[in-house]
Write a protein that binds this ligand. Sequence first.
Ligand code: C2E
Ligand code: MG
Ligand code: MG
Ligand code: MG
Length: 274
Amino acid sequence: QAKEAGRDTLSFFDPGMQAALVSRARLEKDLRQALANDEWRLLYQPQVDNESHVTGVEALLRWHHPERGIVSPGDFIPLLESTRLINIVGAWVLETACKQLVEWQHCPDTAHLTVAVNISPVQFREDNFVPKVKSILRRTGAPADKLKLEVTETLFVEAQDDTQRKMEHLRAQGIHFSLDDFGTGYSSLAYLAHLPLDQLKIDQSFVRQVLDSPANAAIVESTIALARSLGLSVIAEGVETKAHQDWLARHACHAFQGFLFGRPMAVKEVEAML
Ligand code: C2E
Ligand code: MG
Ligand code: MG
Ligand code: MG
C-alpha cells in the first residue's frame, strides 16, 4: 500500500519537475565520467596591478561536455558539491594549477605569476584537505608562496576552529589566502582579527555599481580601508570599464581582475599577454 501511495504521489509531480530530476540524474552520471573522459579544462583570468602588469591569474574551471559543449561552473559546481565529487575534481584543479605554476617557474617572463584556485567549502571541510594540498605541492614541486587559495565567508560561519587550524597549517607552508566575494556572505567580521588571510576580493556585484550607487561606492571604499588597516591587500573583481578601474585606483585599490584586462583564457593567451 505504501508503494501504491508512492506511485500516486509521483503522478502529482508536474512534468517540468520530473524532467528536471531526469536531467539532474543524467548530469550527475556525466559528471562521474568527466574526469576519466578528460573533459575538465582550466582557464586562467589575469589579475593586474596599477600599471596593468599581469601579476597572477585565477584558475577557472570549465567542463567540455561531448554534447552540451562548454559548461560553466555555475551549472555544475552545486551538483559536484552535493555529490561530494567536488573533492575529486577539486584535487584535479589544484594539481593542474600547481603543474602550471611549475611550468611558469621555468621562464623568466612568467616566474613571478601567482595562481589563485577556488576552494569549495565542501572541499575545505574534508578531513584530509590539508594533507592532500601538501601532497600535491610535494608531488608537483610547485612553489607554495605562489599559490593562493580563494575561500568564502561560508567557512567562517561554522566550525571556526577547524577553519582556523587548517588555514594556519597551510599558511605555514607558504600558501596565501584570498577571501572571495567579500561582503556577500552572512558572517560577522570578527574572523578578520584572527584568521591568516592575505587578501580581500571585492565582489563584482559591488564593483559593478560604484559609479551609479553612492551606497555601493561607500561599501567599496570601506572595504578598501578595512583591508588596508588590517594589513591585507585588496583586489576588485568584475572590472569591466576604464571608468571603474579609475574610480577604484582613486580610492586606493591597486589590483584588478575583469573583462577590461582579459577574460578567462588558455595558457598560451596568458603567455602572449606578458
Ligand atoms: P568567482 O571565483 O567569484 O569567479 C569570478 C567569476 O566572474 C568567473 O565566472 C569569471 O569568469 C567572472 N568574471 C570575471 N571578470 C568578469 C567581468 O569583468 N565581468 C563579469 N560579468 N564576469 C566576470 P566563472 O568562471 O563562470 O565562475 C563562476 C564561479 O564558479 C566562481 O566565482 C567560483 O565561485 C566558481 N568556480 C570556478 N572555478 C572553480 C573551481 O575550480 N573550483 C570551485 N570550487 N569553484 C569554482
Ligand atoms: Mg574566485
Ligand atoms: Mg569572486
Ligand atoms: Mg563571485
